[in-house]
Design a protein around this ligand. Structure first.
Ligand SMILES: *[C@@H]1O[C@H](CO)[C@@H](O)[C@H](O)[C@H]1NC(C)=O
Ligand SMILES: *[C@@H]1O[C@H](CO)[C@@H](O)[C@H](O)[C@H]1NC(C)=O
Ligand SMILES: *[C@@H]1O[C@H](CO)[C@@H](O)[C@H](O)[C@H]1NC(C)=O
Ligand SMILES: *[C@@H]1O[C@H](CO)[C@@H](O)[C@H](O)[C@H]1NC(C)=O
Ligand SMILES: *[C@@H]1O[C@H](CO)[C@@H](O)[C@H](O)[C@H]1NC(C)=O
Ligand SMILES: *[C@@H]1O[C@H](CO)[C@@H](O)[C@H](O)[C@H]1NC(C)=O
Length: 543
């Protein structure tokens, strides 16, 4: 996160030390629940510190009964016409408890976004659920509400993104070479075609499902599908720029599932001038077909990084210490990228993944090339197809799911349906760092307009160099199929403004994001980061 020369020197010293110990494992795992009853295929953090989790309604009976003896009767369901078990839960982070929720239609391989009022608006799925929009507004007793024909086209394996105007765009999905918005501006609003999704569709392989979509601060969308990307003006249905093909040409989207992040965006003079995307892992072209024939190709070991804001952008390739398909990439509050879950052979899709990669890997975007990856402590639980990971307010990463089977299968299979729910604790949560960890003091305002000044008081022990304090803001993302929709970390403007106001008490003044193009109105998590160690976050509302 540091870009100024003096800090860089400090980092270089640290890097030299780290580089010699890249195999030293760091971070910890804890098992939170040995059985949450369903497999966590989709996850979204909510602004009341609960997590909405769901799988699909046609897996058959789950291991969790619906509350009050309720049952779901669905004549369209392929497996059970009457199912008295849950396929969605709300997990409460603070109490480490969960309760079953009732979802009526099939949410399998769907998409969604948190929206400005704090609810999640989820779209599509399979079968009777493919045109359905569902809203979950969190409260103690709430449940899903379904809008039957909310979508114009079926959306299965589509990607959503929250837009500056407050609506969501829903892009693609199986055999859908188009996009639409939700909510509709008028009852007659149509879907718009997107030929890029035809061009990137390998016949019989697809390889462009769940495209990687990011909102560029210039208002356009960056859309990566298969092995290349465009900058797209969705309001005029125009391609603004074609980015070069990723070197090697191998596909990175489902079923060759790699992952991608928008690297942390630094706001300077109310502007973001450097915008970078990092795409990592995946499976080589043909891996899905080969897996069908019992040949499990080695996963891709490369990442491509591109400055999408550059007039002549080029991919810069890097090599991960571990090859990975179906990995999740998460932005941590200090600007590091965590690569977690997945396998090192085969492909996404039923039964097609092999060789679980149990070690997460950390990527430090500001370290010199060749020194950016750090292998982390392994989990003991394989997290293959249909596994998920999200960052929560206290800095932990919650990990769940893994079910490469058409049903819940616990025996006689390679990777049994996984109901265990665990947390990865990045090394910034090490107890021996607790005295350097900032603690945001109560009383910070939590609602801001664009460009507003945000004054945060925090406590931290030891000497604080103002240059080593930054304030970051994270958009809580919707995670499924190894991609976190809407994921974004902003480094707020106001570096070096930290002053000491009392013993071990400091104040930092930063500016809220400058516009809805940088941060669409929504809930965000705000962190004070001191020497790469983030505080617990606080929820703030922007816009
Ligand atoms: C889930 O339920 C099935 C059927 O009752 C049972 O066989 C299986 O052991 C349970 N699995 C777990 C992990 O609880
Ligand atoms: C933001 O930066 C870009 C790229 O340098 C520049 O074209 C644009 O005018 C700047 N916008 C503002 C509001 O300063
Ligand atoms: C998986 O579960 C389904 C439904 O319970 C069952 O029909 C099938 O035989 C199981 N598969 C294996 C490999 O056990
Ligand atoms: C992980 O656990 C070990 C042993 O309990 C402890 O020494 C270490 O500080 C822990 N690290 C984190 C990140 O919690
Ligand atoms: C931070 O503030 C100190 C003291 O005012 C100053 O010496 C230093 O140059 C500043 N650094 C930056 C990056 O502005
Ligand atoms: C400052 O706070 C620390 C930690 O609470 C305490 O040990 C120290 O005595 C305090 N110093 C002064 C001057 O109050």
């Amino acid at each position: 996160m540091a870009s100024i020369p003096t800090i860089f020197l400090v980092i270089l010293v640290t890097v030299t030390a780290a580089a010699t110990t890249t195999t030293e494992a760091t971070g910890n795992w804890t098992l939170l629940q040995s059985n949450i009853g369903i497999t966590a295929m989709h996850m979204q953090l909510l602004p009341n510190d609960r997590v909405l989790i769901f799988d699909r309604t046609d897996f058959g009976a789950s291991n969790l009964s619906l509350a009050g003896g309720k049952c779901r009767e669905d004549r369209n369901d392929y497996v059970l016409k009457k199912d008295c078990t849950a396929h969605s839960i709300e997990y409460d982070i603070v109490s480490n408890t969960f309760r079953p929720l009732m979802v009526q239609t099939d949410v399998w391989c769907s998409s969604g976004s948190l929206v400005a009022d704090g609810s999640i608006v989820q779209t599509g799925g399979f079968n009777d659920g493919d045109h359905v929009v569902r809203v979950y507004k969190p409260c103690d007793e709430c449940d899903w509400k379904e809008i039957k024909s909310g979508l114009i086209n079926r959306r299965w394996y589509a990607t959503n993104h929250l837009l500056p105007g407050g609506r969501q765009i829903i892009i693609g999905g199986r055999r859908q070479y188009n996009y639409e918005f939700y909510p509709k501006i008028s009852p007659t609003e149509k879907a718009y075609s997107l030929p890029f999704l035809v061009q990137t569709n390998d016949p019989n392989l697809e390889n462009n499902l769940y495209p990687f979509v990011f909102l560029n601060p210039d208002g356009n969308l960056f859309i990566f599908a298969n092995n290349r990307a465009i900058l797209f003006d969705y309001s005029r249905n125009q391609v603004i720029k074609n980015y070069p093909k990723i070197p090697g040409g191998d596909p990175r989207n489902y079923p060759s599932t790699g992952s991608a992040v928008l690297l942390p965006l630094r706001i300077i003079q109310e502007n973001v001038t450097l915008v970078e995307v990092l795409v990592c892992g995946g499976a080589p072209k043909g891996a899905f077909m080969n897996a069908q024939n019992g040949k499990f190709d080695r996963a891709l070991k490369t990442c491509g990084r591109i400055k999408i804001s550059d007039p002549d952008p080029k991919w810069v390739m890097e090599t991960m210490p571990l090859a990975r398909v179906m990995g999740d990439m998460l932005l941590l509050p200090n600007g590091d990228v965590l690569i977690i879950n997945g396998g090192s052979a085969g492909s996404a899709g039923w039964e097609y993944g092999r060789s679980p990669v149990l070690n997460p890997v950390l990527y430090k975007p500001d370290y010199p090339v060749g020194h950016r990856f750090l292998i982390q402590t392994p989990s003991t639980i394989p997290r293959m197809y249909h596994s998920t990971a999200i960052l929560v307010r206290d800095g932990r990463v919650l990990v769940g799911g893994s079910n490469p089977h058409i049903y819940y299968n616990f025996t006689n299979v390679l990777y049994p349906t996984e109901l265990r729910f665990e947390a990865f604790l990045p090394s910034y949560l090490d107890p021996h760092l607790s005295s350097s960890r900032p603690k945001i003091l109560p009383g910070t305002r939590t609602q801001f307009g664009y460009g507003d000044q945000i004054i945060i008081q925090f406590k931290v022990f030891g000497h604080v160099n103002p240059e080593s304090v930054s304030v970051t803001m994270l958009a809580p993302s919707f995670n499924t199929h190894s991609f976190s929709m809407n994921q974004k970390l902003l480094i707020l403007e106001g570096r070096n403004t930290t002053t000491c106001v009392a013993n071990a008490t400091y104040e930092v003044a930063v500016a809220a994001p400058p516009s809805c193009f940088v941060a669409p109105a929504n809930y965000y998590l705000l962190f004070v980061v001191h020497r790469q160690i983030p505080s617990e976050g606080i929820w703030v509302q922007i816009g």
